[in-house]
Design a protein around this ligand. Structure first.
Ligand code: F6P
Length: 326
């Protein structure tokens, strides 16, 4: 069975990915295979627990955040196609090769709070063409709209290690075969169901939401006798990578709306290496991805670690949510 499955490179070739971009994608994936080994070794590899440091986001870094960041960073800086990189764990842009054709942004370990409980975690990445009109280490390299991404993907370190990727065509899913150490194509074209009865949101933030979003969630949970006339189920992984994977497989809506917890930080998720790559994967699988007013992929970024509200998933349910928010 496995030998009949397509490997990544022929699949990328079929999607007309050029050889340089293909090598760059493989650089990221080789790094992710090293991270997958550390993840599976867990306590045996000494990767659990926290460091004493905070990242630029003000979050205490987990040991695995730091390890994963270093693995990907080292690999990317060896690839001559990388003009610059940006990471959740790096305060500033890191310059690479001056002649590199691409810039790469990544969240080395999404869902860090799941590391110590053996839950779902993942690496999210995005690739853009490098800009020739600004220096390699300029933040402007990354101030490109999400619709300009040439590749978006994540590696989910779960029960299996999975790669979900798009290079502009379909969103495809590969499974890491531990025998050959190759990603093999297991879902050639993910298609998100238009309708759903499942939502993902952190309900503990309810008191900080605006009244329109509160009304939407209240109508969702009112069940068969409520205005929606159907029963909704709720799931929350506390790892965007796991929640988005679920909706790519069986439909759903994932929401991290704006809230009033901290006036300096009205949203939680990062545009560059969380919202944008996930939005491209979701849209290319037939879903929709919005902040509360516009398509995520149309947002013009203003800062490197910018945060945005996120509403994404099954197209008809995203539309329903947006009606309340308007
Ligand atoms: O970026 C951070 C992240 O861990 C996402 O992966 C996840 O969706 C969210 O934060 C979880 O937030 P909370 O801690 O509010 O559940």
């Amino acid at each position: 069975m496995q030998s009949l499955m397509q490997k990544l490179t022929p699949s990328l070739r079929a999607d007309r990915v050029n050889p340089e971009l293909m090598r760059l994608i493989n650089t990221i994936l080789d790094a992710s295979k090293d991270i997958a080994i550390s993840v599976s070794q867990g306590a045996l590899a000494g990767i659990l627990g926290s460091t004493q440091h905070e990242n630029v986001q003000g979050e205490t870094q987990k040991k695995l955040d730091v390890i994963a960041n270093q693995i990907i960073k080292d690999a990317l800086l060896k690839n001559p196609q990388v003009r610059a990189l940006a990471s959740e764990e790096e305060d500033d842009v890191v310059a690479g090769s001056p002649t590199g054709a691409y810039v790469v942004a990544f969240d080395p370990l999404d869902g860090s709070s799941n590391i110590d409980i053996n839950g779902q975690i993942g690496t999210i990445f995005t690739i853009y063409k490098a800009r020739n009109d600004v220096p390699a280490n300029s933040e402007l390299q990354f101030q490109q709209q999400g619709k300009q991404q040439v590749c978006a993907g994540y590696v989910l370190y779960g029960a299996s290690t999975l790669l979900v990727i798009t290079t502009g065509g379909p969103t495809r899913c590969f499974t890491l075969d531990s025998k050959s150490n190759q990603f093999l194509l297991t879902v050639p074209e993910l298609a998100i169901a238009k309708d759903t009865q499942e939502f993902a949101v952190n309900m503990a933030n309810q008191r900080f939401w605006n009244s329109r979003f509160k009304d939407y969630i209240s109508d969702l949970i009112s069940g068969e006798t409520g205005i929606r006339k159907k029963r909704f189920n709720m799931r929350w992984n506390a790892a965007m990578v796991g929640d988005v994977h679920r909706l790519l497989i069986r439909g759903g809506i994932f929401m991290y709306p704006s809230d009033s917890r901290d006036p300096k930080q009205p949203a939680k998720l990062r545009l560059l290496y969380e919202a944008n790559p996930m939005a491209m994967l979701v849209e290319n699988a037939g879903g929709k991805a919005f902040n509360e007013s516009e398509r995520i992929l149309d947002i013009v970024p203003t800062t490197l670690h910018q945060r945005v509200p996120v509403i994404m998933g099954s197209a008809n349910e995203v539309d329903s949510c947006l009606i309340y928010l308007r």
